[in-house]
Ligand binder design. Structure first.
Ligand code: KIV
Length: 273
C-alpha cells in the first residue's frame, strides 16, 4: 500500500467520497482519538478517520459513550486533525449536545469545526433529530448520519443485540435513512443491522452508506481501532475482524521492559551518556 504522508497528497473530501460510491470503490473508515495513532492511520491510506465517541469507552474506560463531553471530543479531534494530511476527519457530537434543540446542535457543531479543525460531524438518529441536522447543514457543516444500533440510545434499547430485525423498525430505519439523505447528509453509518436491510438502504440512497456489523453490500466499512487491533480483549462481536493481537504484543514488550529494568540489563552502556 502506498504511503500518503508527502506534502502533495490530495485530501479526501465529501466530493471524493461521493465519487467513490458512484464508481463502486469501497470506503475505508476507522476510529482514532490521538495524534500518534491518527498519523499512522492517515499514512496507511484510510479514507475517513472517525473521532468517535467510542473514545468514552476505549480511551476513558466508561461503560457507555454517554459520559464523554464536547470539550473532551474537541481535545481528541484537535489531536487527530494535527496528524492528518489526507483522510477526511469526522467527529461525533456527544450525547446531550444536539438532541435538545437545533440551536444547541449548531453551537456544538461550530465549536467542533472551529476549535478542532475537523471536516464534518456525526450524529445519531433520524426523524427525531432532523431539525438539528438541518440547522447544522445550514451553516455549511457536513453531517454524517448514524442509524441502527446507535450507542447513545443504549439505555432505550437495553441491549447491544442486532437492531431492525422486526419489520416496523426496519421500515422506520429505511424512512430515516431517506430523510437524512433528503436533509443533505453526505454519508450514513449503519450499525449492527441485518445485511439485507443494509443493502436495501445502500441501494436506495445516492450518498455513501458505511457499515459496522451491517454486511458487505454497503459502500464502506468502519471499525473501532482498539477492537480491530486486538487491544480490547473483552469485546468480540461476530462482525469484528481482529487484524492484530496488539494486546499480546504490548504485554510482551512491557514484561520484557520490566524484566530488563529489574535485572539491570536496561540501560546498558551504549544506552547511557
Ligand atoms: O463512536 C464510534 O466509534 C462510532 C462507530 C462505532 C461507528 O460511532
Amino acid at each position: 500500500m502506498s504511503n500518503h504522508s508527502s506534502a502533495s497528497v490530495k485530501r479526501i473530501t465529501t466530493h471524493t467520497l461521493q465519487e467513490m460510491k458512484q464508481r463502486g470503490e469501497k470506503i475505508s473508515m476507522l476510529t482514532a482519538y490521538d495524534y500518534s495513532m491518527a498519523k499512522i492511520v492517515d499514512a496507511a491510506g484510510m479514507d475517513i478517520i472517525l473521532v468517535g465517541d467510542s473514545a468514552s469507552n476505549v480511551m476513558a474506560g466508561h461503560e457507555t459513550t454517554l459520559p464523554i463531553t464536547l470539550d473532551q471530543m474537541i481535545y481528541h479531534a484537535s489531536a487527530v486533525v494535527r496528524a492528518v494530511k489526507r483522510s477526511f476527519v469526522v467527529v461525533d457530537i456527544p450525547f446531550g449536545n444536539y438532541q435538545g434543540n437545533s440551536s444547541e446542535a449548531l453551537r456544538s457543531a461550530i465549536r467542533i469545526m472551529k476549535e478542532s479543525g475537523a471536516h464534518a460531524v456525526k450524529v445519531e438518529g433520524g426523524a427525531e433529530i432532523k431539525e438539528s441536522v438541518a440547522r447544522i447543514l445550514s451553516a455549511g457543516v457536513p453531517v454524517m448520519g448514524h442509524l441502527g444500533l446507535t450507542p447513545q440510545s443504549i439505555y432505550k434499547f437495553g441491549t447491544y443485540a442486532v437492531r431492525a430485525k422486526e419489520e416496523a423498525e426496519a421500515e422506520k430505519l429505511v424512512e430515516d435513512a431517506k430523510l437524512l439523505e433528503a436533509c443533505g447528509c453526505f454519508a450514513l453509518v449503519l450499525e449492527k443491522i441485518p445485511a439485507a436491510l443494509a443493502k436495501r438502504v445502500a441501494d436506495a440512497l445516492s450518498i455513501p452508506v458505511i457499515g459496522i456489523g451491517a454486511g458487505g453490500d454497503v459502500d464502506g466499512q468502519v471499525l473501532v481501532m482498539h477492537d480491530m487491533l486486538g487491544i480490547t480483549q473483552e469485546f468480540r462481536p461476530r462482525f469484528l475482524r481482529a487484524y492484530a493481537d496488539l494486546n499480546q504484543i504490548m504485554t510482551q514488550a512491557f514484561q520484557q521492559y520490566i524484566s530488563d529494568v529489574k535485572s539491570k540489563d536496561f540501560p546498558n552502556s551504549s544506552e547511557s551518556y
